[in-house]
Design a protein around this ligand. Sequence first.
Ligand code: GTP
Ligand code: MG
Length: 197
Amino acid sequence: MKIKSAEFVMSNSNVTKAPKDRIPEYAFIGRSNVGKSSLINMLMERKDLAKTSGKPGKTQLINHFKINDEWFLVDLPGYGYAQVSKKKRQIFQFFIENYFKEREQLVCTFVLIDSRHDPQKIDLEFMQFLGENRIPFCIVFTKADKLGSSKLNKQITAYKKKLLNYWEELPISFVTSSSTGMGRDEFLNFIDQVNED
Ligand code: GTP
Ligand code: MG
């Protein structure tokens, strides 16, 4: 897929105020700092379309981007960030959960996982939540540049093996790096395919 246009539409904390267009929507979710906003910039080949930071907790709202005037990409706040207050974390959780439950345009969610990390409870629980709400999801392994190729393969194989303890079938997965552009073509081709179906 060629990216002809990528524009920021709006940010909000209330899914009922999100754009009304009935076009396919794809959301990025995962732990704070896993690289959601960076991946959006890499895919769109735009340096600052989504705001990124070395510090976790940068993205705090639901951010809609319209791509090629045909579909939405949504950048969400990360979960599992211990530094925010309990109250704020509950507010986040509430509007993120509502987003997933209410957003009818959502066709696929990308759950981002840092390639270096072993499976963590919070990610497995989030996938469980998606499953229970019948929300299709794929896994995106991020920051692949931070591991050598044999270590990377080993980590990903081990991750998938663990997932099979919870899921009968493995979700589709991608291996990406926002630094090198790894995985970009596969990812965009996948979206192209889904948009055509
Ligand atoms: P929150 O908005 O806080 O939830 O974080 P996020 O998931 O949007 O992460 P963000 O894209 O802001 O990236 C966090 C940090 O990881 C930044 O310092 C990025 O430069 C770095 N980073 C993201 N992706 C990659 C990658 O593929 N490779 C490397 N080496 N660094 C990355
Ligand atoms: Mg972010």
